[in-house]
Design a protein. Structure first.
Length: 277
């Protein structure tokens, strides 16, 4: 089992898809720092504070990182492209293996369970890396440029209000706030990977398998927009600046349920798959 997982990890992380996804996500992260965070470091607010003069509450790295700059095109591009970026490294590899007959060869040697488990682990790990590395890069780079001024709920410069999800966490431990929303982003990415895998035994086109998770996220965004459930739309749920209160636990639970269900469907289909299409 360990050898099968190690091989799939090597295969996934050595693929061009992984390199492209990580580069694209990191490029959006760096672009947000260069175009949004960096200018804040030299803003008038900080110039006044450095000189000892009283003035407006200056910007902080806690509200200029990519998760809390809703006005940045790079922020929106990163979060809306996240389902595709998470799937790009390896989500369509199972479809390719099934279509080419490679899956049958491997299954005959190590069994269906080990093969599917190794594929799921490698693809999920790649999704985690593609999401977490750019987020960590962005937070660290922003902190190097903009001072980490502790959030103050009385100041309007912070884009998290009392009604926002996890607002109390943000004002008591902003790093925990960042970590929790990063975990939600990872959960969505892994769920998208599992959706691709669940479809891999049914759809022959790698292109379609790769795009369906993002299309499903967009469809739910459109269907729920403007309703009382808008905050639970896949992409809305992972946006740290979205104003819906008290939805974190429910959103996380829905992600876990989706991942478990789709994994079960994938395993079921693998157990009943007889050969290539």
């Amino acid at each position: 089992m360990t050898r099968a997982i190690a091989y799939e990890i090597k295969r996934t992380f050595g693929s061009g898809g992984f390199a492209v996804a990580l580069f694209a996500a990191s490029a959006l992260s760096v672009a947000q720092v260069a175009m949004v965070s960096a200018p804040f470091a030299y803003s008038d607010g900080w110039q006044m504070w450095r000189s000892g003069a009283n003035g407006a509450f200056p910007p902080s790295s806690y509200n200029t990182w990519i998760g809390l700059t809703a006005y940045s095109v790079f922020t929106m591009m990163f979060y809306y492209a996240l389902p595709l970026l998470a799937c790009f490294p390896a989500a369509s590899s199972l479809c390719s293996d099934v279509r080419s007959g490679y899956a049958c060869q491997v299954v005959s040697r190590i069994g269906r369970g080990r093969y599917v488990a190794s594929k799921v682990f490698a693809a999920s790990l790649a999704a985690v890396v593609v999401i977490v590395v750019p987020l960590v890069l962005n937070v660290v780079a922003t902190a190097c440029l903009v001072p980490a001024l502790w959030p103050d709920s009385a100041e309007s410069t912070f884009f998290v209000g009392p009604s926002n999800t996890l607002a109390s966490v943000f004002f008591t431990c902003p790093l925990a706030f960042i970590a929790l929303f990063s975990a939600l982003a990872v959960g969505l990415g892994v769920a998208c990977v599992m959706l691709s895998y669940a479809l891999s035994f049914l759809i022959a086109s790698r292109f379609v398998v790769l795009l369906i998770p993002m299309a499903a996220c967009f469809a739910l965004q459109f269907a729920l927009q403007g309703s009382a459930f808008a905050g639970f739309a896949p992409i809305n749920a992972i946006l740290p600046f979205q104003p819906q209160p008290s939805i974190f636990v429910i959103s996380a639970g829905l992600q876990v349920l989706a991942i478990a269900t789709l994994f079960g469907i994938t395993v079921f289909q693998a157990e009943h798959f007889e050969g290539t299409r």
